[in-house]
Design a binder for this molecule. Structure first.
Ligand SMILES: [Zn+2]
Length: 99
């Protein structure tokens, strides 16, 4: 069980897993690598140019991973494959706030 799951495409300022790369000089977002297939997700001028999925979860006291935080990124294809296997489809909503 998890008590805090955040699912979004927003990129955290610092990523300890080092799957997100920033330019040393400009501190601009340079690349994101899909955890599943190692595909590089295109980034231009610090903006993500295609679909990506950033998942992060903090496992709390009642989990078997007490106090551990997990995070990962998936390209759109890997995300689609992931949700294809769901018994209950994802909740889908129109959003005007495009990233
Ligand atoms: Zn992928």
């Amino acid at each position: 069980m998890c008590d805090n799951a955040i699912v979004s495409c927003k990129i955290p300022k610092e990523d300890k897993s080092m799957k997100i790369y920033f330019d040393d000089n400009t501190k601009e977002l340079k690349a994101i690598v899909c955890n599943k297939c190692k595909k590089e997700i295109r980034v231009k001028n610090g903006m993500i140019m295609e679909g990506c999925f950033h998942g992060s979860v903090r496992f709390g006291y009642f989990s078997r991973k007490d106090g551990t935080e997990h995070s990962f990124d998936l390209c759109e294809e890997c995300y689609d494959k992931l949700i294809e296997g769901f018994a209950i489809p994802v909740k889908e909503e129109e959003t005007t706030e495009l990233l």
